[in-house]
Design a protein around this ligand. Structure first.
Ligand code: C2O
Length: 548
C-alpha cells in the first residue's frame, strides 16, 4: 500500500506574520507544511523539489527507517544536501509505530519554517486505538518565528560564535494569536481557531516544532488525558498542562465539556530554566482560541489559562516524569541485560574559535558530549563513509566516560574544562543493548537539553536532579513500564538514564534538539554495525541519493 503525499515542494514564500515583507522558505506555500497521514505499515513517498536558494534535507523525526536508513535525512549524517534547483524523492515505511511524529528540514536553521506533522494511525484505523475512539482529531503544532531570515541568522551565529536563540514570536499552527504585539504597529497577527462540538472528544496531536524552546501548553477550562508521547502509547494520564520539549510530541484526549457560551484561550508559553527571568525570551506567549459551535458569538474576551511561570521546573518535571508506557501485547519490553554502558555529559562550554569563524573573538560557545564537540564532515556523509569504509572522515573513539569528573550540577570555579572539536562516533554491534546516563552539566547554564536519538526509541528508566549516583539511581529504575521516547528533556542540573536496543544498522545522530546547540556540537553519533543476515545489514544507497 502506498500512501503518497504528493509533491512537497520547497519554495520561497512571503508570509504575513508581523512584517508583511518577510520572505521565508516553506513547503507548498504553507506554514506549517502539509500533514503526512498514513496507517501503520504504509509506504511513504515524498518528492522534495528544492526551489529555494539554500541547500536542504528533510528529516522524518522519530521514524525508525529500518531498511531505509539512507532516507533519514540529517545533512552530512545520512546524505549530502539537495542543492537549489534539484529534487530528491524520499521513500520509507511507517512500520512498527503509531501516533504523532513530524518532519522538518535538517539543514542550518531552515526547520524554523520547514516543518509539518506526520500522523500514523493503527493499521485497522481508529478502531485500533487503545483508548476510546475520539470524535475528531486536531493537530497542534507549536513553533517559533523570526523576523529575520533564519539562514542569515544561522550564518551570523557561526561567524561570530554567538548563539541566536531568541525568537520574535511563538506560534500555534503558524499563528501567534492576538496577545502578540506587532512592534511599531497596531496590527493584530492571525489567530488559530479550533471549533468544537459540546460533549465531543478530541484527540489533540501536539508537536513542539519550536527551534529552541520547551513549551507549556494549556487550554483554559479544559483538562487533557495524555494517551501517547513520541508515537508511543502511554498509560492514560490526567493533567491540565502538557509540557513539550522541542522534538517531542504529546497525544492527548480533550473532552469539550466546558460552558459552550464562552470562548477559551489555548496557550503555549515558553519554559526555560536557564534564563534570568527579566529576559525578553519569557515574554512570548502564543494563543489560539477554542470555540463551541452552535453557541452564539460573544464579544467578550476568551477565558485565559493560568500558565506556569517561565522557570517552573517543578511543573515541567512532574509532567515529564509522570508518563509511563501502556503495556500491551506486542509492545517492546525493557531488555534487562546491558551490553554497553555509557556515562555521558551533555551541556555547553567554551572552545577556541575555528579559522573559518572570521568574526569570532578568542572563544566560542561549544556544545559537547563527554568533552567532544561534534563536527559534521564536509565532503562525504557519515553513512556513506561507513558504508564504503572511507577512512579519515570520523574516528571510533567517542569516550564512554567524560574526561574530567566534577560537580556537574553547579557552575565550576574553573571554567577551563577541555572541549575539543572532533567527529567521534560510538561503535556498537547489531542488537546490543545500550544504557546511557545523560548527565547535564551547568558550566554555562542550568538548562534542560532535549536529547533526540535518530533511528530508535529508547526507554527512560529514571530521571533526577543533581549528580547521578549509580547505587541510589538504580533503585529507582522503572523496568516495568518506562516511557518510550525519541526525545528526552534531560532535567536542568540533573540526569536521566535511557536504554535502547541498537537494532538498526547505520549511522544515527543523537543531538540536542535546540537548533542553537546542534551546529555548535551538542551531538554524537552511534555507528551500529550490520547484523548477520541480509535483512539486518545496511542496504546500499539509492542510486539517486544527492552527492556532495
Ligand atoms: Cu528532529 Cu535530528 O532531528
Amino acid at each position: 500500500l502506498v500512501a503518497c503525499c504528493g509533491h512537497a515542494a520547497t519554495v520561497e514564500h512571503t508570509f504575513d506574520l508581523c512584517q508583511p515583507a518577510t520572505v521565508i522558505t516553506a513547503v507548498n506555500g504553507q506554514l506549517p507544511g502539509p500533514t503526512i497521514r498514513v496507517h501503520e505499515g504504509d509506504t511513504v513517498v515524498v518528492h522534495v523539489i528544492n526551489n529555494s536558494p539554500y541547500n536542504i534535507t528533510v528529516h522524518w523525526h522519530g521514524l525508525f527507517q529500518r531498511g531505509t536508513q539512507w532516507a533519514d535525512g540529517p545533512e552530512m549524517v545520512t546524505q549530502c544536501p539537495i542543492r537549489p534547483g534539484s529534487r530528491y524523492t524520499y521513500r520509507y515505511n511507517a512500520t512498527g509505530q503509531e501516533g504523532t511524529l513530524w518532519w522538518h528540514a535538517h539543514s542550518s536553521m531552515l526547520r524554523a519554517t520547514v516543518y509539518g506533522a506526520i500522523v500514523i494511525k493503527p493499521r485497522s484505523g481508529d478502531q485500533g486505538y487503545p483508548f476510546p475512539k475520539p470524535n475528531k482529531e486536531e493537530i497542534i503544532l507549536l513553533g517559533e518565528w523570526w523576523n529575520q531570515n533564519v539562514f542569515d541568522l544561522d550564518r551570523e551565529a557561526f561567524l561570530t560564535g554567538i548563539l541566536v536563540d531568541r525568537a520574535d514570536a511563538y506560534t500555534i499552527n503558524g499563528m501567534p494569536g492576538d496577545m502578540h504585539k506587532c512592534p511599531g504597529s497596531n496590527r493584530k497577527p492571525r489567530t488559530f481557531k479550533l471549533k468544537v462540538q459540546s460533549k465531543s472528544t478530541y484527540l489533540l496531536r501536539i508537536i513542539n516544532a519550536a527551534v529552541n524552546t520547551p513549551m507549556f501548553f494549556k487550554i483554559a477550562g479544559h483538562n487533557f488525558t495524555v494517551v501517547g508521547a513520541d508515537a508511543s502509547y502511554t498509560t492514560p494520564y490526567e493533567t491540565d498542562v502538557a509540557v513539550v520539549a522541542p522534538g517531542q510530541t504529546v497525544d492527548a484526549l480533550m473532552v469539550a465539556d466546558a460552558a459552550p457560551s464562552r470562548r477559551y484561550y489555548m496557550v503555549a508559553s515558553p519554559y526555560n530554566s536557564a534564563r534570568p527571568s527579566n529576559q525578553p525570551f519569557r515574554k512570548g506567549t502564543a494563543t489560539a482560541v477554542l470555540e463551541y459551535t452552535g453557541a452564539h458569538r460573544r464579544t467578550r474576551r476568551p477565558l485565559f489559562a493560568r500558565m506556569p511561570r517561565f522557570k517552573d521546573t517543578a511543573t515541567a518535571h512532574r509532567f515529564l516524569t509522570s508518563l509511563t508506557a501502556l503495556v500491551r501485547p506486542g509492545q517492546p519490553i525493557v531488555p534487562l541485560a546491558v551490553d554497553t554502558r555509557m556515562f555521558v555529559t551533555v551541556g555547553l562550554g567554551f572552545a577556541d574559535c575555528r579559522p573559518e569563524q572570521t568574526r569570532c573573538k578568542n572563544q566560542v560557545f561549544a556544545g559537547s558530549m563527554n568533552n567532544a564537540s561534534f563536527v559534521l564532515p564536509a565532503t562525504i556523509s557519515l553513512l556513506e563513509a561507513h558504508f564504503r569504509n572511507v577512512t579519515g572522515v570520523y574516528t571510533r573513539d567517542f569516550p564512554d566516560r567524560p574526561l574530567l569528573e566534577f560537580n556537574y550540577s553547579r557552575p565550576p570555579r574553573n571554567m577551563d574544562v577541555t572541549t575539543t572539536k572532533s567527529t567521534k562516533v560510538k561503535t556498537v554491534r547489531y542488537n546490543a543493548t545500550v544504557e546511557m546516563v545523560l548527565q547535564n552539566t551547568a558550566l554555562v547554564a542550568r538548562e534542560s537539553h532535549p536529547m533526540h536519538l535518530h533511528g530508535h526509541n529508547f526507554f527512560v528508566l529514571a530521571q533526577g536532579f543533581g549528580n547521578f549516583h549509580q547505587d541510589t539511581a538504580e533503585k529507582r529504575y522503572n523496568l516495568v513500564n518506562p516511557q518510550e521516547r525519541n526525545t528526552l528533556a534531560v532535567p536542568p542540573g540533573g540526569w536521566a538514564v535511557i536504554r535502547f536496543v541498537a537494532n538498526n544498522p547505520g549511522m544515527w545522530i543523537m543531538h540536542c534538539h535546540f537548533d542553537a546547540h546542534l551546529p555548535i556540537g551538542l551531538a554524537m553519533v552511534f555507528e551500529v554495525q550490520d547484523g548477520p543476515t541480509q535483512d539486518t545489514a545496511l542496504p546500499p544507497p539509492p542510486a539517486d541519493l544527492p552527492q556532495c
